[in-house]
Design a protein. Sequence first.
Length: 611
Amino acid sequence: MKRATQRMLWTQVHSTTTGEQMFNKLRKMAVVAVTAGALVLTGGIAQADNGKAPDSVIDASKKGNIHLVKYDDEGKAGSPANGIKLDSSPRQKTIQGIEFSLSQVTKFPISSKFGTFSGKPIDITDVAQLTALAKLSASDVTQDMLTPSKTPENATPGANGSFKTGNKGEIDWKDLKLGVYILRETNSTVGEVTYKAAPDSLIFLPTTNPENQTEWLVDTDGNYGIWIYPKNSKDENTKFVDDAKSNVGDTITYTIEASIPATKVLDLKDQKDGLETNLNEFAFFDHLDEKLELTTNSRVFLSTAISKEKALSSFKSNTTSLVQDSDYKVTIKGQKLFVAFDVPGLNKLGKAKAADNQNELKAYLIFQPTVKKSGIIPNKAIVFKNNGSGKGDITKNPTTPPSEPGKGAKTKTVVSAWGKIEIVKKDDTGKPLPDAVFQVYGVTEDGIDYKTPVKVGNTNKWTTAKDTGKVVIDGLHANNLEDSEAKDATYKKYALVEIEAPAGFELNPKPIFFTIDASNVQKITTESTWKLDEEGKVIPESETTKTTVEESASSITDNIQTLFRTVDVINIKSKPKLPLTGGAGITIFGLLGAAIIGGGIFAAKRNSKKA
């Protein structure tokens, strides 16, 4: 009985839950231990030391080793690791450069759920602590409870005491004290690729061999050892904007593309809270710039597809298997948009991903805000997926945006820009002229597009004011930035055309060309130029950037291309087409006119007679 009790007293917790299975086993073991009178593993009971102890008896002279290998899961959810060293298969790909930290948990958290052990040092050889330890979860662990582990092998230093996996995806922590450890994945980005981080894990050293319940796991060094295989799929989240030829008053289209974590369909006994797969959370959060407007009448579309093009095609035809208010909830509060999968949608998404043999299926959120004001508009979104705690925080209330948006995965920043031009209408003496009417046309590589005048809001005609002779055309799309790319837009420049002159003045005979350009496009389209505030809103990082974004018309010269332009349009007074001076001149022209008229009448009569 004593040997069985000792063999079962150790176990491993490899999730962020409280470990119900471990708790049930430990509770049974505690009852057996009390019944047998085995109150402690060492001491308290006299034992003869004759020969080698059974394998179930812990050898206090041994140390513990933790061996980690990081794999790319290739979009498939692998089997849970059980601590035994596994043989790698040709399809498995290790990942170099993922950062982990390992620390020993030295004391219980201060919490009533740990009873009399709250705040006390952890002694895993103490049978009386077993029930309390069964309640310990990774989410309970705080920094003051930890002692950092020693420097591992086969790894390079990372940030803040973490270490990066080596060229075979490995990190080996050796000669550790026996006890409870917490493993954390601290940085999951390698180059331009970000992987879905593994949840924090509690590891107990030593751990019972799951294939031989009479012994502890031992590695090739002869020490107590355990092998950890955190398999993770790529966590790719990006954002696109379609703003070509859209002006203020028009809608633009944002598309958020999010990879779906590797999923598997759960056995019925493992299903909780109605979730049929291990996908327990999926949501999108976006805090829009004040220059945009999103209302309950704005279109918000959610679907799955194997490409952005397929998703946009579904958006245009309004075909999707996901049903709003059933599979997912849409919440719009001011500038905040929150779209979260509920349980039925999570089941659809998880099953579809599990059946995705090509690992191409992604989730897409597409929505169309209205542009309300000129300026530079940056935007990035935040995606929440599988928090690993056993229950998704989002699905508990899919209409409530998260209190800490920064904990989600951020997309790249996309940038759009709109500007304005001020027209000052004058005569040749500088006097302001009212009632001049203008239109704007786009200029492509083929020339001026006269088919359709540019429309801003509800108008495509602008009239100069009575007192100032001015009019502002506010809300024209930038000519050097389109769909968040620094390039010539559909309209490379604009042509200003006067279609009606003030009374008594000549029309301006030629189009006036101008550009609406965003300064420092390369800088503002770089993700690092922007950061998020506590609500997830995109804000400039520096006053220098802010000044560039909000450049005022007063700083403009003819040599600066900017979002805000001013152009003077000079008109001259109407000129007579015929001499109107008195004297002989008018007599001659009068007689000449009469002769022409008379000749016409004579010719008409002669033709009439002939007929």
